[in-house]
Design a binder for this molecule. Structure first.
Ligand code: SF4
Ligand code: MG
Length: 334
């Protein structure tokens, strides 16, 4: 497969009042062209920081320092691009949709103008072409009467509509990579399902790569091809989606999957069912970062940090005791 995005050894350090905090601590993963990669983990695990680092959205003068490489579409390293070069990539080749659509829509401009503007800027369309495409995109996202809607302002639309407008705006430029950070969390279940269908359709129709960040494993199971699980700034497991659900390897992933509400249950139940507190990034424990919450932890775990070991085809897991845990779970004690 063709690699669209390759992140290698990414570290994102923030300067805080209490010193340096490493929110993303040496992560490596890739997304192929046409692939949907799910990124899951509890809040604070670094999944949003990872996506915002890819787009370099943090204040690089004061706040943040990056290490590693982010290779996009061949050889270019996003971390080495100049500001103007990066601006050209953002919203054009790589687009992002956020949880809160209001944060990325301008309240004083019509939605038609906002979509058309980015098309004129990034795709060098004239005004007429850009408005025609804006109408098409709104129609594609399921907005009724788009010819009329383009003249409206964000406040005239419902939350679900605004989310679709943002998605229409994001996808109008046909980005090679879409980063979606919990884009449906604030929406009701029906609209949520429609938006996920839309992302899936566009992934198939346009071959767009997607990085889908969520704490909802139900969504991951439906939408994603491959999954990366993050814990406290690191990747702890990587696997094709079926493998992850059928046979999770990392104790943290096992806990997440066990905490999924049953199908008839409350879909809003989230991932905080695993016992114990996530340690703070300012005070990262020695050894395995999951040890304090892990039922299998031993002295090796508490002293030595495990690497992200390769495990079988296309799988990786950051744990010392995968084989032992597998045997114990199967009821075979060596
Ligand atoms: Fe648990 Fe040890 Fe594996 Fe960490 S390395 S997940 S503490 S068994
Ligand atoms: Mg987040």
């Amino acid at each position: 497969a063709d690699v669209l995005l390759e992140v290698r050894g990414l570290k994102t350090h923030f300067a805080t009042e209490r010193g340096r905090v490493t929110a993303v601590d040496g992560i490596s993963f890739h997304i192929n062209k046409g692939e949907i990669l799910g990124v899951v983990g509890e809040s604070g695990c670094g999944k949003s920081v990872t996506s915002q680092s890819i787009l370099r959205l943090f204040d690089e003068k004061h706040l943040v320092k990056y290490e590693g490489e982010i290779r996009f579409n061949g050889e270019m390293d996003l971390l080495k691009l100049s500001r103007p070069q990066m601006e050209d990539i953002r919203g054009n080749e790589i687009s992002m949709i956020f949880q809160d659509p209001l944060s990325s829509l301008n309240p004083v401009l019509t939605i038609g103008f906002q979509i058309a503007e980015s098309l004129m800027l990034h795709q060098h369309m004239n005004k007429k072409q850009a408005y025609a495409k804006a109408v098409d995109m709104l129609r594609l996202t399921g907005i009724p009467a788009p010819e009329r809607r383009i003249h409206e302002y964000p406040h005239q639309l419902s939350g679900g509509m605004r989310q679709r407008v943002m998605i229409a705006m994001t996808l109008a430029c046909e980005p090679k990579l879409l980063i979606a950070d919990e884009p449906t969390t604030a929406l009701d279940v029906t609209i949520q399902a429609q938006i996920l269908d839309l992302i899936s359709d566009l992934n198939q129709q346009l071959g767009m790569g997607v990085m889908f960040i969520t704490h909802d494993l139900g969504v991951v199971a439906e939408l994603c091809h491959r999954v990366v699980v993050m814990y406290l700034g690191q990747i702890v497991e990587e696997a094709p989606v079926e493998d992850l659900f059928e046979h999770p390897l990392h104790p943290y992933t096992k806990g997440l999957i066990r905490s999924i509400p049953q199908m008839d249950g409350d879909r809003t139940a989230k991932l905080h069912v695993i016992e114990g507190m996530v340690p703070s990034l300012e005070n990262v424990p020695q050894g395995c970062r999951f040890a304090a919450r892990c039922p299998y932890a031993d002295s090796q775990c508490r002293e030595q940090e495990p690497e992200l070991f390769s495990h079988a085809d296309m799988r990786k897991v950051r744990c010392w005791h995968v084989e032992r845990i597998g045997r114990e779970e199967a009821g075979v004690y060596a």
